[in-house]
Design a protein around this ligand. Structure first.
Ligand code: NGQ
Ligand code: ZN
Length: 453
């Protein structure tokens, strides 16, 4: 898509090498940044309405789950868990047609933009029709995700998910999983069906393997072998203690240990959650070049446990953030919960930054680098950035890292004002051009779900 070139000016901006003042930013007609000059003049440039920070990649999303956020909070037997939540999630899965999923994804992607994300990796496993048969076009559902990203303007890395079993040892899938499953040939057909749409829209493609429960070691090796060597590979791993126990029973190994023996973990890999790791496993992952995909709001909501972030970050481990089930959709909220989990466990403050460093800045920089790697966006000059609200007194009075600390830890949940992705304004003054229609279509889906409750 071509647009006209833009000459922008920010009084303060977080650049690759740190904060700079009076920054001139040139964006060309393809949406690429062609020049960034600090200490420049604003003459002839559009003045941005506040400090500028890079847009964050959201490295883990199951878009359809946005529709049930907040609806699984009625206490059951007293033993509610991830696994009872999953039953409710499967019930929602059984109700959604392609139009519904597209409407949910559009609403969600706009919310993510408003929360400070510029791109998303969709871990997409809702492939088959409600009765479990493939759609006439196997890529029907995935194409709805692509269309939602294109219409809302969020950057997309689509990760079609391989899912074949209900548990370790190649157990048959259960009925609630019929919309997710493929064999290796069917999955290859899906990937091929997606290639033209991804080329046409600029969506990046990668591979996701649902979990060590859902794919056997042989299947994992075959999938990795058949994937373009530069594509990212994502997998859920070690999120729940029960998964650790089942893995130990089936293989004699813990999940992360088992995965590291099946696959050569390196910079293409993104381990989603990796919550339950021993110090040895933590060391292996931290030194592997892989990224861990942390989803702090969802992990808290589902009662997963706490990732050993203090040890992992001290060892230089890579990480990014995802909103996963979308009980939150904001950069600030995910980073805040990540830090607060460690504080609650340790009964200490400022856990994830080195002495003298800002926690907000440390987490923001870490999640940006890891997120870009995990979504396959490492070499990019795309104009993807967020303008924080310079009229907010907290932001207006802050400078440098304090801007991030105020945003993340000061409760400024509406600090994101404008968002540019690939050189186009997707959010201006907190609004998306298509808000009304997107809300109307989304409301229809919510009413349909409420009618079947
Ligand atoms: C998912 N979600 O695939 O949506 C999973 C739940 C499972 C999270 N792990 C299902 N947060 O892991 O079996
Ligand atoms: Zn997930």
């Amino acid at each position: 898509m071509t647009q006209s070139a833009q000459k922008l000016f920010a009084t303060e901006a977080l650049l690759a090498d740190g904060w700079a003042r009076d920054v001139a930013i040139d964006v060309d007609a393809e949406g690429q940044i062609t020049a960034i000059k600090p200490n420049a003049s604003s003459v002839g440039r559009e003045r941005l309405a506040g400090p500028v920070v890079p847009a964050m990649p959201n490295l883990h999303s199951h878009a359809f789950q946005r529709a049930m956020a907040g609806l699984a909070e009625i206490a059951g037997s007293g033993e509610d868990s991830f696994w009872t939540w999953r039953e409710e999630m499967y019930r929602t899965v059984g109700l959604l047609d392609p139009d519904d999923v597209e409407a949910i994804a559009k609403k969600l992607f706009v919310e993510m933009l408003k929360g400070g994300f510029g791109s998303v990796a969709e871990f997409h496993y809702l492939h088959n029709a409600i009765d479990g048969r493939p759609y006439a076009d196997r890529a029907e559902m995935a194409k709805r995700i692509i269309r939602a990203a294109q219409r809302t303007g969020i950057g997309l890395t689509l990760l079609p998910v391989f899912y074949a079993h209900s548990n370790f040892g190649g157990a048959a899938p259960n009925p609630g999983q019929r919309r997710f499953v493929h064999d290796l040939d069917g999955f290859q057909d899906l990937r091929e069906a997606l290639t033209p749409a991804s080329v046409e829209t600029g969506a990046r493609l990668g591979l996701a393997i649902h979990s060590l429960r859902a794919a056997t070691p042989d299947e994992i090796r075959a999938l990795v072998r058949d994937t373009n060597p530069s594509d990212p590979i994502h997998i859920h791993v070690a999120e729940q203690q029960r998964e650790v126990d089942d893995c130990l029973t089936a293989t004699g190994r813990r999940p992360v240990q088992h995965l590291s023996e099946i696959a050569d973990l390196g910079s293409r890999w993104c381990l989603i959650h990796a919550t339950h790791m021993t110090p040895d496993e933590t060391r292996v992952v931290a030194s592997s070049g892989a990224v861990v995909g942390l989803c702090p709001a969802t992990e808290a909501n589902l009662g997963d446990g706490l990732f050993p972030a203090v040890d992992y970050l001290k060892q230089g481990g890579g990480f990014g953030i995802g909103t996963d089930s979308h009980v939150a959709t904001s950069v600030a909220e995910e980073l805040r919960i990540l830090e607060y989990g460690q504080r609650l466990r340790d009964q200490r403050r400022n856990r994830l930054a080195a002495p003298g460093a800002s926690v907000g800045r440390t987490l923001f920089d870490g999640a940006l680098a890891g997120g870009r790697q995990a979504i396959g966006m490492t070499v990019s000059n795309a104009a993807d950035f967020v303008v924080l609200d310079g009229d907010n007194p907290f932001i207006a009075a802050a400078t440098g890292d304090q801007i991030l600390d105020r945003w993340i830890f000061g409760g400024l949940d509406h600090a994101v004002r404008d968002v540019m992705v690939a050189g186009e304004w997707r959010i201006r003054n907190r609004a998306h051009g298509d808000d009304e229609r997107i809300d109307r279509d989304f409301l229809k889906v919510l009413k349909k779900l409420a009618a079947t409750a």
